[in-house]
Ligand binder design. Structure first.
Ligand code: ARG
Length: 473
């Protein structure tokens, strides 16, 4: 039979083992315990101010709850496997320690408002921790980008050589995606910062309890304005799951690039031994498992969003037991990112780029053909015609196995009389890159500005997360 059960008065028969086994959540919701205890401390203060706990009772309850938080972190506060859920287990322990006074804490609240308060508190902390790790990863890209601003690289579209770019530009692009993820989490936090505590089962409390006061004590902006919405809303969980999935998708795409870069065919990147694995049969192998796991684990992060949305979609707007299923997908997304992000960051920090290989291939694949078209446009030709002319140059080069710069004066003139020998002046990788100096462009000067802006962004996001985490458990 369950311990720590918070109901039962109206039942004649005890619950079936199968029913209890299905109902039990303590094996996964125990990680909400410190947040539940914090919520209980705020609730004790509210009960005291309503005259429902004496100052002495409130003090002894708050002291015991505070001790329990410490004991939780020391690993000595543990539930019984027979406890139903985290709320029941903590109340059982409190009553065992303080007697009847511990039971007074249940007045004016329900597990329905308690669990969702705990979950919001937990997720807000967890999201701030993810922001720190995303910032670490963004910084890893930024410092690699900074070292390679002057290195020319082939830029790709369709994974084919497209136009030459600065390697620093290519690397820094990832920091922008990660900073958008951080921005999403910061924006999410504003909506998650409303406290459901005080909503009770659904209707609020008839006791003189002020939900706004406990909201502020718990670091929320305010209380949720509708008590039914307070216990029914899980938008914050679905949104967080989505942001974590999108982070997963970004990590997956990074992983895919690093797998390619580390291949013999590309030969762009050497992975540090510390972030590579070997093969049990092929002694020569050095595998990019970190990058592959980044790609692979995105599947479960995406799956967790689908789990939450599917669980929610048929539910009446109130508390329903289905909502107990909201926690494990989010825990899994967080556990996944918490192992993935430090490993990816380490892999990026320790990767070394074979700059000779990279810059040698920057002009290959006729990646300077656009320069010819642009050169003709500046001289008055319509781009549609210039595009044809540059295409004819590529065709000619392909047929004779030469590069664009090797077309003779006669060959150029034959393709189009406007193609004078001066066109060769733009057939240089460095010039092509340096010419794209406008905002967001690939010229080293433009990339350096982008990197400076990224750096001030990451110091801002780090400060935001550190401030949030300073006030947590
Ligand atoms: N373990 C439950 C959950 O996670 C707590 C709320 C239970 N409420 C109830 N009315 N049975 O949702």
């Amino acid at each position: 039979m369950s311990h720590g059960k918070l109901w039962g008065g109206r039942f004649n028969e005890s619950a079936a083992d199968a029913m209890e086994a299905l109902s039990r959540s303590v094996h996964f919701d125990w990680r909400l315990a410190p947040y539940d205890l914090r919520g209980s401390i705020a609730h004790a203060h509210i009960l005291e101010s309503a005259g429902l706990l004496t100052p002495a009772e409130s003090q002894s309850i708050v002291e015991e709850l505070t001790l329990m938080i410490t004991q939780y972190h020391e690993g000595v506060l543990v539930p019984e496997s027979s406890d139903e859920d985290v709320h029941g287990a903590l109340e059982r322990i409190l009553v065992e320690r303080l007697g009847e006074a511990g039971g007074k804490l249940r007045a004016g609240r329900s597990r329905n408002d308690q669990v969702v308060t705990d979950f919001r508190l937990f997720l807000r902390d967890a999201a701030a921790q993810i922001v720190v790790q995303l910032t670490d990863l963004a910084d890893a890209f930024i410092s690699q980008a900074e070292k390679h601003v002057q290195v020319a690289a082939p830029g790709f579209t369709h994974l084919q050589h497209a136009q030459p770019v600065s390697l620093g530009h290519e690397i820094a692009k990832h920091a922008h995606a990660l900073l958008r993820d951080i921005d999403r989490l910061q924006d999410w936090d504003k909506r998650a910062a409303y406290s459901p505590l005080g909503a009770g089962a659904l209707a609020g409390s008839a006791l003189e309890l002020d939900p706004k006061r406990s909201a502020l004590e718990l670091g929320f902006t305010d209380a949720v304005a509708n008590s039914i919405d307070a216990v029914s809303d899980r938008d914050f969980a679905a949104e967080a799951a989505f942001v974590f999935a999108l982070v997963g998708v970004h990590l997956s795409r990074i992983g895919e690039e690093w797998c390619l870069y580390a291949s013999k065919e590309f030969g762009w990147v050497n992975l540090a031994d510390a972030y590579s694995t070997g093969s049990s049969i092929m002694p020569q192998k050095k595998n990019p498992d970190v990058a592959e796991l980044a790609r692979g684990k995105s599947g479960r992060l995406i799956g967790n969003v689908v789990t939450i949305l599917t669980m929610l979609k048929g539910l009446p707007f109130a508390y329903n037991r289905d909502l107990q299923e909201d926690k494990e997908p989010l825990f899994d997304s967080l556990d996944t990112l918490n192992v993935l992000l430090p490993a990816i960051t380490g892999m990026i920090q320790t990767s070394t780029f074979n700059v000779d290989v990279i810059s040698r291939s920057a002009p290959t694949g006729y990646s300077l053909a656009t320069e010819i078209a642009d050169w003709l446009v500046v001289r008055g030709m319509a781009f549609s015609i210039a595009h044809e002319v540059a295409g004819a140059c590529v065709r000619q080069c392909e047929a004779s196995g030469i590069d664009l710069g090797q077309l003779s004066d006669a060959e150029l003139a034959q393709i189009n009389p406007k193609l004078t020998p001066e066109v060769r002046q733009v057939l240089h990788v460095d010039g092509a890159i340096a010419g794209r100096s406008r905002f967001g462009g690939t010229a080293p000067a433009a990339v350096s500005l982008q990197i400076a802006a990224l750096k001030s962004e990451t110091s801002r996001t780090r400060a935001w997360a550190e401030l949030k985490l300073a006030s947590t458990l």
